[in-house]
Design a protein around this ligand. Structure first.
Ligand code: CO
Length: 331
């Protein structure tokens, strides 16, 4: 049997009306469909980002997947929809709305589109409840940000959520959001180019250096977007710091490189040399195809980088293109 090709990092933005978006306040996110195959992500009355209809139209999306040879897409909401700053009760209703719209969007293509839910992570009890409700309803895992209102993933409450996901067997995809240093990156999309990789780097190291992986069960299925951001390229720096400064190793008994078998990453690094380093550091069994489509900062032709990489042998390529994801998400 031929292994299906699975893209684990692709976004949707459901048809949220301005009225629904107002649940999150006057700058609430909503979708303006301009009716010509394009639209705008809106925050209140302001345009946030121009988008194409494949972001919300499942038929267009599946047609694009056919074009790119992608069999299954694991879709997650645009992080703009996380709603982590809202009142927890509102955030729970919001997450339910987004999650139910995601199921609706995927319903006509149950073998092609599989959604990840989002949760009101500012309130971990409600987040656990919504994760379980959504998974029972058909979501294949949960999609969370790298931080919640300035709390890193090693925050005891956020760690408690990861314990819950491990216990319940819910796969977790971590996506950068509200990147560190954003106040100095207001131009040229620097928040996305510099901030997001730094943010993901911070998320991974906060888990490692806090000793969280010593406490979290091995069974936890955890994946970081964008190839783990800057983490892999700077792993030597983290290891060196761990060896040379007691401050760095205070809570973490082994050097950071010891923990690369505790999580996976996607392949969204957009360069052949970067992918080679990623596979060499993480191992081909811990890299899963991602595209970040349909956004322009993702891979223009999803799968092309992995398919064209000369350094992967057939077994490794099949693993990255699909079999790792099938195992990770229990497809
Ligand atoms: Co993304």
């Amino acid at each position: 049997m031929v292994t299906p090709v699975v893209d684990i990092h692709a976004h949707f933005f459901p048809r949220i009306t301005r009225g629904q978006g107002a649940m999150l306040g006057s700058a609430g996110p909503w979708l303006r469909d301009d009716g010509d195959g394009t639209g705008q992500l809106m925050v209140g009355s302001d345009e946030y980002r121009p988008v194409e209809a494949s972001l919300w139209d499942p038929a267009l999306r599946v047609a694009q997947m056919d074009e790119h040879g992608i069999d299954i897409q694991i879709v997650s909401a645009t992080p703009l929809l996380f709603g982590y700053r809202a009142d927890p009760v509102v955030a729970r209703s919001w997450a339910r709305l987004v999650n139910d719209l995601a199921l609706e969007m995927c319903a006509d293509y149950p073998d092609r589109l599989r959604p990840l839910c989002q949760v009101p992570l500012q309130d971990v009890d409600r987040a656990c409840a919504e994760a379980s409700r959504a998974v029972a309803a058909g979501h294949v895992g949960v999609h969370v940000g790298t931080q919640v209102s300035g709390r890193n993933l090693d925050d005891p409450e956020l760690e408690r959520f990861l314990h819950y996901c491990a216990k319940e067997g819910i796969p977790v995809l971590v996506h950068p959001w509200e990147p560190v240093g954003a106040d100095r990156m207001s131009h040229h999309m620097l928040q996305w180019i510099v901030g997001m990789p730094a943010e993901t780097h911070l998320a991974i190291l906060s888990l490692i250096l806090s000793g969280a992986f010593e406490r979290l069960p091995q069974e936890l299925r955890l994946c970081f977007a964008h190839g783990g951001g800057s983490f892999v390229a700077q792993l030597g720096r983290a290891d060196n710091a761990w060896h040379r400064r007691d401050l760095v190793r205070a809570d973490c008994p082994d050097p950071p490189s010891h923990y690369t078998d505790r999580f996976s990453v996607d392949s969204v690094v957009l360069g052949d040399e970067a992918l080679r380093l990623l596979v060499s550091v993480m191992g081909s069994e811990r890299v899963m195809l991602g595209s970040d489509s349909p956004f322009p900062l993702g891979e223009e032709h999803p799968g092309k980088l992995v398919r064209g990489s000369a350094f992967l042998d057939d077994r490794q390529r099949t693993a990255v293109l699909g079999s790792n994801a099938i195992q990770f998400f229990d497809l």
